[in-house]
Design a protein around this ligand. Structure first.
Ligand code: NAP
Length: 412
């Protein structure tokens, strides 16, 4: 344990996972990956807020021992690999980590490091709470009506990486097999990909969403799918989700079909086809609460909903395996390379991902203090460029200055 070539393990204690839940010591070792592009700027800002908030809440009785782990461009510079094995080992051993964004080349090059991390660590649930903070500019009339938590399946679907390039021998072989065995007509030179959706991965994702809904007193869980078109993948996801709810949560949840919307105090479980869902979250957002969906839908839905409450600059995310307890909290935006090193961008996505992390490890006072401080700072119209350009009379500050303002707005 802790015998790494490049990672330096700080003095501190390891978090233990008991029944999938963290038991947090006073000086927990938490891993962090700075990230590429704007990553170092937002990590510096976020870490400043985290450390000050912990001290603010607990004095010197508790403190995080931060352990830098490497991935992306810094990973390559330090270790010679964009995703070194010891990074995966360290996250598995120390269970909980937080990360900035990592670069992924489009249409070639290496595979997304984010997707690889999620799949290698089997972080099956991507959890993205979407709510509005007072004063944050939004393109919709009533952003305060948006209060949803998306559970996106993280390991399957067209993200599983089973893709074959156009014109390659393997794509031709699969095309030939599909044509001869199934009579499927596939256009010449098609790139091909598989969309696996399994009952086991569906069930564990929906179970996590249901448990979250119960714990957080949420009113409904909506299963979002395109099962009308993709019957045996997305349609099956819906069917398996309802079956799971009936088998394991029948005492606390009821499906729309059983009650026609009158849940009588139970959690209402309903489903929605993805395209109409994307309309209704705009026109009737109050009807949606916890959302459970597959990987690709979840990706689009997360960003679309984030836009309703102020954009990806403020949307937090967590990738969690609720069975092993291993989790990686992360900013949901990318590396925004044109702003790298300018100390300019909004650190809120990473900061609020930290809020999720502190909630997860049970340091709820820290999570609450940071949430309040961010709300107050934005309420005082102290914001980074992205919000300033949409707000009247805002004071535009740098990323680091925003972090300092958040620290100064920590509640008494
Ligand atoms: P992006 O980095 O998210 O940036 C797109 C735009 O979003 C920026 O130009 C900026 O808008 C705004 N933005 C992003 N982060 C912001 C922040 N913290 N504060 C304020 N505004 C912010 O998306 P991209 O340009 O498509 O992707 C760049 C790289 O990031 C790619 O390699 C991609 O693969 C990678 N990526 C990584 C992750 C991840 O690590 N989880 C996620 C998505 C993308 P304005 O130009 O309007 O100011």
């Amino acid at each position: 344990m802790g015998d790494y070539k490049h990672i330096k393990v700080p003095a501190g204690e390891q978090i233990r996972i008991v029944n999938g839940l963290p038991e947090t010591p006073a000086h927990p070792i938490l891993g962090y990956i700075e990230g590429d592009g704007i990553g170092p700027d937002i990590w510096k800002a976020a870490q400043h807020i985290f450390d000050e908030a912990v001290e603010h809440c607990y004095g010197n009785t508790r403190k995080v021992a931060w352990m830098e782990i490497y991935a992306g461009e810094k990973g390559n510079a330090v270790t010679g690999s964009y995703l070194p094995d010891e990074t995966l080992t360290a996250i598995e051993e120390y269970q909980i980590a937080i990360k900035g964004p990592l670069t992924t080349p489009v249409g070639g090059g290496f595979r997304s490091l984010n997707v690889t991390l999620r799949q290698k660590l089997d972080l099956f649930a991507c959890v993205r709470p979407v709510r509005h903070f007072d004063g944050v500019p939004s393109p919709v009339l009533k952003p305060e009506d948006v209060d949803m938590v998306i559970f996106r399946e993280n390991t399957e679907d067209v993200y599983s990486g089973m893709e074959l390039a156009s014109g390659g021998a393997k794509a031709e072989k699969l095309k030939h097999f599909c044509e001869t065995e199934f009579g499927w007509k596939i256009n010449d030179l098609s790139g091909l990909g598989l969309k696996p959706i399994s009952p086991s991965c569906t069930r564990r994702l929906v179970r996590a969403a249901m448990k979250y809904a119960i714990k957080n007193h949420r009113k409904s869980v909506t299963i979002v799918h395109k099962g009308n078109i993709m019957k045996y993948t997305e349609g099956a996801f819906m069917k398996w989700a309802y079956e799971l709810v009936k088998e394991e949560f029948g005492d606390v949840a009821i499906s729309w079909d059983e009650c026609k919307g009158k849940a009588g105090g139970k959690i209402l479980v309903k489903d929605s086809i993805a395209d109409i869902f994307l309309q209704q979250v705009l026109t009737r957002p109050r009807e949606f609460d916890v959302v459970a969906t597959m990987n690709l839908n979840g990706d689009y839905i997360s960003d679309a909903l984030a836009a309703q409450v102020g954009g990806i600059g403020i949307a937090p995310g967590a990738n969690i395996n609720y069975e092993t307890g291993v989790s990686v909290f992360e900013a949901t935006h990318g590396t925004a390379p044109k702003y790298a090193g300018l100390d300019k961008v909004n650190p809120c996505s990473l900061v609020l991902s930290g809020v999720l992390m502190f909630e997860h490890i049970g340091w709820v006072e820290v999570a609450e203090a940071i949430t309040q401080a961010v709300t107050r700072t934005i309420g005082s119209k102290i914001v980074t460029y992205d919000f300033a350009r949409l707000m009247k009379d805002a004071k535009e500050v740098k990323c680091s200055e925003f972090a300092q303002a958040v620290v100064e707005h920590l509640p008494a």
